[in-house]
Write a protein of this length. Structure first.
Length: 138
């Protein structure tokens, strides 16, 4: 078995956004955003949301938007790390350090959005977006 196959067999498979939304009840609320390079300093898309699904706080990284696109997720924690992925290992190894750095820089804001953002007004959500720190050029 190749190294790539071993990694793919050990690493949890990243659920799609559609899979996660399907776990919500009829009355569950959540908010989300696809953040681009202009907001994050990271090439690609960083998907953020309020609490959704049965997992803990996380963000997702996509190379591009679109239904069913592969991704990887990074925990919003004191020590952010990749939780699961469906992107090729070479893409994940290139992009994960940047996403982890961005999560570290924005951890408190992201946790606030995860925990409370579904109840925020439009003005509060916009203020949150404005507080997010963009990574410097690499």
């Amino acid at each position: 078995m190749s190294t790539k196959q071993l990694i793919e067999n050990v690493r949890p498979r990243e659920p799609s956004i559609q899979d996660e939304v399907a776990t919500l009840g009829e009355d569950d609320l959540f908010d989300m955003a696809n953040l681009t390079f202009n907001e994050t300093g990271i090439s690609g898309i960083v998907y953020i949301s309020t609490a959704a699904g049965a997992h803990g706080p996380r963000v997702k990284y996509f190379q591009k938007t679109g239904k069913g696109q592969p991704s990887f997720s990074v925990s919003i924690s004191d020590s952010p790390h990749v939780l699961a992925g469906s992107l090729p290992a070479r893409v994940e190894s290139q992009m994960a350090p940047l996403v982890i750095e961005w999560v570290r820089a924005n951890r408190a804001e992201l946790l606030s959005f995860w925990n409370d953002g579904a109840n925020w007004t439009v003005d509060q959500v916009q203020a949150f977006y404005n507080r997010l720190q963009k990574l410097p050029a690499h």
